[in-house]
Design a protein around this ligand. Structure first.
Ligand SMILES: O=C(O)[C@@H](O)[C@H](O)[C@H](O)C(=O)CO
Length: 510
């Protein structure tokens, strides 16, 4: 710390033109992230790294002793100056969001292309900032599902705080979102809102009747006959003998059976969506939150006709969605490219994007967007850049790649933990990896370990086992330590890899 203080004083940072320092992306000088340098009032703030403790902290330097009394750090005299430091704690995050509002999450509402960069470890967001800040795309830096939080033993507040610190470290003032992802009940929604979520992704996959997609006409009718008569009258008046014409002229109509099927599949889920939406309006006020509905993790693809039914019913119930995640045709499996016929995908994706344009110009949301490079150009083309994409696993896999490159012994322990937990992990993620195609670890030289991050089956093995690696206390500590030491390589790999996603989506550099 002393060398950091000495450097700040020698450079007269309390009065110097800081821009000559802050424009140097990723530059660390005497333990100081130069991009973080910020002057406010009589004080100078910066984010630093302590190589010995392998932690980061914020340092405040001021000529006056009583500068920012709410800064939650330890204070000490340094000659005629006051110096205070605080490790990256929740109290510090609150202070930064208050004193530097650009470090607080904000709405995606008026942003065209938006990109979720889930950070399961909480140390990758600086790379996500570096990846997108020069592109016309708005990042959702704080994005984690309940599943991820349970696996990583983190809270959504931890996720928002990590994004706060990353934004401060990078001196990024372009704004970011915070997405409480794949929420399935009211308590989870309330907790996300309390933690500062600006976006709520409501996962309806468990509350909808997905299996009815394959029911017979008789099964559907038996269920449909339980519906209240007045509701049946409204539904049949609205959807039967009507044509739903999309902006591109495509006309869709409901048969009696398909209307009944939609009612049986989605009515309960739509009621829950209305309940959740009304809670958001009550807590935040209409228009003060971003609302996404996701059914991307259902067994069967969302038919375009069903998408029309869902959005028309949401509109009928007064629910305004900012984005909607259908289950697209083919497979968006974790950590690997799209699986399916690209022409079929494009044909159906075009219709889904037309539905979104026709019924409110909300965004299609692409979940499991990690590494889906073969479909990104199509997605960018038909949404014309008005789209939301979510990634998370790809940043985790880049962390594992850095470990494979620089810490082979640690990688071998991670790989072994992944193999040992694979069967259990399969309960939480749908993948079709073939472990017989994964080269035996004991037959793989250290120099070849990074190849596991190139092979689809081992990528998926390493992806879905993140929770079991992070759930092992010793392994978790060594993983964070190693990524602290190799931070430059880690952040550069993620920056470049996320940029590959963004470029293929067709996003332009500013
Ligand atoms: O693994 C998860 O739970 C999340 O990554 C979740 O799937 C998220 O919605 C996503 O699609 C990110 O790729």
């Amino acid at each position: 710390m002393q060398q950091s203080i000495r450097y700040l004083l020698d450079q007269n940072m309390l009065t110097a033109d800081l821009e000559q320092y802050t424009i140097q992306e990723g530059k660390v000088e005497h333990g100081i992230y130069l991009s973080s340098l910020q002057r406010k009032g009589a004080a100078l703030f910066c984010l630093c790294r302590d190589e010995e403790r392998r932690v980061k902290y914020v340092l405040m330097l001021s000529a006056s002793a009583d500068a920012f009394p709410t800064f939650p750090g330890q204070r000490m005299r340094e000659g005629e100056f006051m110096v205070a430091t605080s490790d990256l704690t929740p109290k510090l995050a609150v202070f930064l969001r208050k004193e530097f509002p650009y470090t607080a999450p904000q709405s995606l509402r008026d942003k065209n292309a938006t990109f979720g960069t889930g950070d399961r470890l909480g140390n990758a967001n600086p790379a996500h900032v570096r990846a997108v800040r020069s592109f016309n795309i708005f990042p959702v830096l704080a994005q984690q599902s309940i599943r991820e939080l349970n696996f990583t033993r983190r809270t959504f507040q931890d996720v928002v705080d990590a994004a706060t610190f990353a934004v401060f470290q990078e001196g990024y003032t372009g704004g970011y979102g915070a997405d409480g992802d794949h929420l399935k009940n009211i308590p989870e929604i309330k907790k996300s809102l309390e933690s500062g979520a600006t976006m709520i992704t409501l996962d309806l996959s468990e509350v909808m009747n997905a299996t009815a997609a394959n029911w017979s006409a008789a099964q559907i009718l038996q269920s449909y006959q339980q519906f209240p008569k007045n509701e049946v009258v409204r539904l049949e008046k609205t959807y039967l003998n009507s044509t739903f014409t999309l902006q591109n002229g495509l006309a869709l109509t409901f048969s009696t059976l398909e209307l009944q099927r939609c009612c049986v599949m989605y009515s309960k889920a739509l009621r829950f969506a209305k309940e959740a939406y009304d809670l958001l309006v009550e807590v935040r006020g209409a228009g003060n939150f971003d609302f996404e509905m996701s059914i991307d993790e259902t067994e069967t693809p969302t038919l375009p006709l069903h998408h029309v039914f869902i959005i028309c019913e949401l509109i009928h119930h007064g629910v305004k969605v900012d984005s909607l995640a259908p289950r697209f045709i083919g497979e968006f499996q974790k950590g690997i490219d799209y699986l399916g016929d690209l022409k079929e995908f494009e044909a159906q994706f075009q219709i889904h994007s037309q539905i979104a344009k026709t019924y409110g110009n909300y965004k299609l949301s692409i979940h499991s967007g990690s590494d889906k490079f073969s479909v990104y150009p199509t997605i960018g083309k038909w949404t014309e850049g008005h789209v939301h994409v979510k990634t998370a696993g790809t940043s985790w896999l880049e962390a594992v790649r850095v470990i494979a490159m620089y810490e082979p012994a640690l990688y071998r322990e991670i790989h072994t933990q992944a193999l040992n937990s694979y069967q259990d992990a399969l309960k939480y993620y749908h993948i079709t990896a073939d472990l017989d195609k994964v080269a035996p670890l004991d037959k793989t030289r250290d120099a070849d370990l990074p190849r596991y991050l190139e092979q689809p089956d081992s990528r998926q093995l390493l992806h879905i086992s993140y929770g079991y690696v992070m759930g092992d206390k010793a392994l978790r500590a060594r993983l964070y330590d190693a990524l602290f030491v190799h931070e430059d390589a880690y952040l550069q790999r993620i920056r470049d890899h996320i940029r590959k996603h963004v470029r293929l989506l067709g996003c332009q550099e500013r």
